[in-house]
Design a protein around this ligand. Structure first.
Ligand code: NAD
Length: 298
């Protein structure tokens, strides 16, 4: 059965190293890196994610706070808040917790964040840079997947990677980084990437996944990846986070992968919870520290 990739442990290792580095940096510069999250409304999942981010920030020595705005805030008001944070010299990193309510354009909001403070890597300029394999802020979930593979010793060079999900915040940027070419600024991951989505016919999806050395699922579809779709020994990374009701009526978190069956065929597998999630938070801390270091160098 597959080796379990322990995201919680990997996140702890990353955060312990960051904690040391940030301590040294903060003593030298007489200030801490500062992260501000903007939260619109009170979506329970969003609140939970923000809480985790704030806890991690405190642990690694990043000053952080959450600006809470009412569900009914207008796009202009939200953007005004973001611009205020852009101008605030004491703020290094800004993130707007997604999703934002329907009446607000997510794209406009992401583009309002100063690209040098854009620790989520969602600004149009940073997305463009990533697609050109230039140095930039890369979305935290994408970095988390790369980090999990690297720390587990999973090679990507020349390998077949299948990504399920083409969202602009996860699947698409992940595909861009995994086929990155070392001739440019970013590290080259040099994989052959197949990007599947909701209109990939299931039988075709299986043809692709069967030949994949690495399968990454980021769809929010429970049970999408089944054991008969996985090549013996493949590495399976489950980005999905789905809340399902158990028979006892309790809420349980599961990924996209049929975990117990896939575990029998795969070589490596990430659990949900405790896989990609904690490492994503650690990567946000890394990006925020990077933003702080970059600002002092300017
Ligand atoms: P999204 O809804 O924006 O995108 C889902 C994608 O899945 C779409 O591109 C869609 O085409 C694709 N898809 C749907 N059905 C499919 C099918 N049958 N076969 C193949 N592809 C299919 O979601 P998102 O924001 O990209 O998030 C994806 C998942 O990752 C969600 O479960 C979300 O909760 C989770 N997530 C995890 C983290 C983390 O840190 N682990 C962070 C953010 C989001």
């Amino acid at each position: 059965s597959a080796l379990l990739i322990d995201g919680k442990k990997i996140a702890e290792d990353i955060q312990n190293k960051l904690r040391d580095d940030i301590k040294t940096w903060s003593e030298l510069h007489k200030r801490k890196p500062t992260l501000v999250a903007v939260l619109v409304g009170e979506d329970p999942a969003s609140c939970k994610y923000i809480e985790k981010k704030m806890q991690a920030a405190e642990y690694v020595g990043i000053d952080s706070r959450t600006e809470k705005l009412h569900e009914s805030v207008t796009e202009d008001e939200l953007i005004t808040k973001v611009v205020e944070l852009n101008k605030d010299e004491s703020v290094d990193g800004i993130l707007v917790q997604l999703p934002v309510p329907q009446h607000i354009s997510e794209r406009n909001v992401c583009n309002a964040v100063d690209p040098t403070k854009d620790v989520d890597g969602f600004h149009i300029m940073n997305v463009g840079k990533l697609s050109l394999n230039m140095m930039t802020f890369v979305p935290c979930t994408v970095l988390a997947v790369i980090e999990l593979l690297a720390r587990t010793g999973i090679e990507t060079f020349g390998k077949n990677v299948v990504i399920c999900g083409r969202s602009k915040n996860i699947g698409l940027p992940l595909s861009m980084l995994l086929h990155s070419d070392a001739r440019y600024e970013l590290p080259g991951h040099e994989a052959t990437v197949t990007l599947c989505h909701r209109h990939t016919p299931p039988e075709q999806l299986k043809v692709f996944t069967k030949t994949a050395d690495i399968i990454i699922s980021a769809t929010g579809v429970v049970g999408l990846i089944k054991a008969d779709m996985v090549k013996e020994g493949a590495c399976v990374i489950d980005v999905g986070i789905n809340r399902i009701k158990t028979q006892e009526g309790k809420v349980k978190l599961v990924g996209d992968v049929d975990f117990s069956a896939v575990r029998e065929v795969a070589g490596h597998i990430t659990p949900v919870p405790g896989g990609v999630g904690p490492v994503t938070v650690a990567m946000l801390m890394k990006n925020t520290f990077q933003a702080a270091m970059d600002r002092l160098k300017q």
